[in-house]
Write a protein that binds this ligand. Structure first.
Ligand code: HEC
Length: 203
């Protein structure tokens, strides 16, 4: 009856957990280190594509600095001039789908290598139905800006919309010369709106 008292089990029980605890407790820290390192790598990689100049330029209240490149100055002017469009397309560029107004953020009509379609749309507006991001809109509310806005103003607005990283757009800036060339080439349009098919044939 008393032989159970002499079993060596308690001795093993004292040593084994000590070893197990020592070996086991390091793993959560190793794992945490790996996860944190992964996060740093991710920020490094994705952060590299983030354009601080464009982001800062997006802040409406920072006035243009003398040493800034012309496209950054143009972007900042465009951020204010965009008021001409914001009533419909909204300050966040998302439009108002419920009111049949399409977004400029992420729009395939805006976010292209060449600004030729966007310049044309600002000059003469467009007659729907027009599909943006797989949603079709048909609303005659947009009017031509040909007579209302100068080449400089259209270039600044286009630069702002195309380069707006916060909207997911990152296309190059637009110059007044580019606007003037298209304005002159399409002069006979007058205040007639573009047909979607005509614009689709433009790069
Ligand atoms: C009065 C409202 C209104 C104003 C102001 C307005 N738009 Fe629009 N815009 C529209 C509507 C509505 C459409 C869709 C046209 C259709 O359905 O026929 C559109 C279409 C567009 C499109 C093509 C589709 C897309 O979403 O990419 C672009 C680009 C665009 N507008 C840019 C501008 C810019 C730039 C300005 C300012 C200079 C502006 N719009 C001002 C209402 C407006």
């Amino acid at each position: 009856m008393s032989k159970n008292k002499k079993q060596p089990a308690p001795e093993r029980a004292e040593t084994e957990p000590t070893i197990a605890a020592g070996g086991g407790s390091a793993w959560p820290f190793v794992l945490l280190g790996v996860v944190l390192f992964g996060c740093f790598l991710h920020v490094e990689n994705t952060g590299g594509a983030f354009r601080a100049d464009v982001f800062q330029a997006g802040m409406k209240n920072s006035p243009p600095q003398a040493d800034e490149p012309p496209e950054v100055k143009s972007y900042k002017r465009g951020a204010r001039l965009y008021d001409a469009c914001a009533g419909c397309h909204q300050p966040n560029g998302l439009g108002q789908p419920a009111q049949n107004i399409p977004p400029l953020a992420g729009s395939e009509w805006v976010f292209r290598e060449k600004p030729d379609r966007l310049i044309r749309i600002i000059l003469n507006a467009v007659e729907g139905p027009i599909t943006v991001n797989k949603v079709t809109y048909d609303n005659p509310a947009m009017t031509p800006f040909r007579d209302a806005l100068s080449d400089d103003v259209i270039a600044d607005i286009a630069t702002f919309i195309r380069g707006n990283a916060g909207w997911g757009n990152s296309a190059g800036f637009v110059t007044p010369d580019q606007v003037k060339a298209i304005r002159d080439a399409t002069e006979k349009m007058g205040t007639q709106k573009w047909r979607v098919e005509t614009l689709q044939a433009i790069d």
